[in-house]
Design a protein around this ligand. Sequence first.
Ligand code: NAD
Length: 719
Amino acid sequence: MAQFTRVSRSVGLITLQNPPVNALSAVTRQGIVDAVKSALGDPKVKSVVICGQNGIFCGGADIKEFGTNITGPPLVPMIHAIEASNKPVVAAIEGSAFGGGLELALGCHYRVAHSKAKLGLTEVTLGLLPAAGGTQRLPRLIGVPAALNLITTGRHVTAAEALQLGIVDQVTDHNTVDEAVKFALSVAGKSLDARRISTYPCPRPSDVDALFEEVMQKVRQSARGAIAPIACVQAVRAAATLPYSQGMEREQELMATLFTSGQARALQYCFFAQRAVGRWSMPSGARWDTSKPRSIRKAAVIGLGTMGRGIAVALAQAGLSVVAVETQEKQFTEAKKMVSGMMERGAKRRGTAPPLDKITYSQNIQAVADVDLVIEAVFEDMALKEKVFQQLSTICKQGTFLCTNTSALDVDHLASQTRNPELVVGMHFFAPAHVMKLLEVVYGPRSSPQAVATAMQLGKKMGKVSVAVGNCRGFVGNRMLKPYLEQALFLLEEGATPELVDGALEEFGFALGVFKMSDLSGLDVGWKIRKGDGLVEPGLASGPSARIRQGRRYSPLGDLLCEQGRFGQKTGQGWYRYDKPGSRVARYDPWLHSFLEEYRTQHGIVARRMDQQEVLERCLYALINEGFRILEDGIAAGPEDIDIIYVFGYSWPRHRGGPMFYASMVGLAKVLKRLEHYHQAHPDIPYMQPCNLLRRLVASGSPPVHKWKEAIKKLRSQL
Ligand code: NAD
């Protein structure tokens, strides 16, 4: 709702009241309409201030109302009525003005913002566009290029940037409402002719066609198949080329297309899923709301390689004191330099001081004796990690949480090396750890709820999206990745090329296809793991048996490349050719293509033509099938956990909602049918056999994704 009061005798104060963010629900919109009517009808009121309660102006539309029959007064006429008022209306922006909230502010005649406020037209992140005049008013106010940048990205700007761009008229460090009231008093009675943004001519760039063509190309590239950013460009183009009323019509048309699209549903699902993963639970019944985290002030990182450096930076940036331990002299010296550089660059971007003094370095593990929590990031070698955990267990003070950044090893086995296994959890970061948002918090059967709660809270403090998952080989993300990677190799054997496979996956929306991604991460990483698993046999043996390992189909293609020293970007050769070691542009490599032909001949494989659909189905459905197994095993509590892991850790396109959401959009019956087909065609790939849970969900009528948790619980109770 919204409350109307009169302050300073002649200022009508309208306060939005819809906690937590004063979203524009039907009731709030009705409240605003009524309050505006009261303010304009009250002869004692000479000017009006609109603000939000609890230090937040307005977070935008109430997305809980999406997908339902929207009732209550619509936003567009409400904002028009405010703009058309002949009493000046001032928006007092504290906290945030996002989406519809900023559109409401743009309908006001003046805007006063607190210096800590953030503003943005964020609709594009939910698969929509600012459809309450935002795409028409913002370019009229700040010009086409700046408006395009904000509207197509949904970027938040600070109050200072908003002032510089001309979005707000005044920024204050004092009480924003008091300042806005003063402002409102000062402009009472003045002409508003020059203050109604919808009446401004839109600054028209000199070559409007060329500008929009260029922008469209850039947006298409970065959108990776998302349609909302494209529609945003089209709407801003309407602002630049059509009168306001026609521009508004275009805005509405474009919004209508987006509103009912699968992409908007996917992005809105992600919005809620991201919040849902914070409400974690464990099979033991322990939960987020009944488990109390301990506060962590001092943490240690063991091993300052690729991961340890990023983790140390992320911890220091979150305000913790960090003890960083590295035993190898060369790595120690290099890491100190690199970590400082990373912190300096980060601080420069944020305009803050680098927290260099937060980190102390040591080559002696004894230095971690007084820390509250340790994150181990030494080589992926169980014997080494066992030793480190045994040491930590004796060195650290009582109650220190011991965490491992292992990518796949058994967290419970590491716990068994310590005196207090309940204090051990996995904290699986993603590279580069100070940048990537995802953190898998891995609990073993003996991890205490407090250890999980503490790791989850620490992840949040570090700005991560943390997902609690059970302990199994590869946890959730890497376990699902394995069948995906293997399918890609099988496709190459059968006749595909890296270009075809990557092209299909990139068109689907991945930032990089599987082969480009492998080249970037380094082919030797997986090679080492496969060697450890006893899967690698040197040389190019012939016949079908050479492609069977441990009773199932195996492709040695990756091993053969590694034998040639082709480790990807770092060696300048992998699945692609690079101009020099370390270069990033993947180029077609004739050698690789001859190698594949030779390989097929040697193994008696006749290459067949395959299309993008087969590539997508085999790679993605194999991954999704493993996701169902993970749900069946109780390793992930629900589909949201898996989807958030894939969106934040594996560049799954957000506008497709994550693999499990995608499966629900494709239709579970179809996914099941295609998996059955591929399993029949490739009986030597056991994981293509559809998972029981998938079959049972289909048999129970393919419930929508938000009902899976409930359905799984029911199915379990029937077993
Ligand atoms: P890395 O080889 O870059 O670094 C490991 C570092 O640990 C080296 O600097 C080494 O000198 C140091 N070290 C070895 N023994 C030590 C000891 N006893 N005490 C202190 N330092 C010691 O490895 P990385 O890529 O950073 O991986 C570290 C861990 O993180 C592994 O378990 C890996 O599986 C996991 N991980 C890696 C990635 C990735 O993309 N690289 C992603 C997620 C998780």
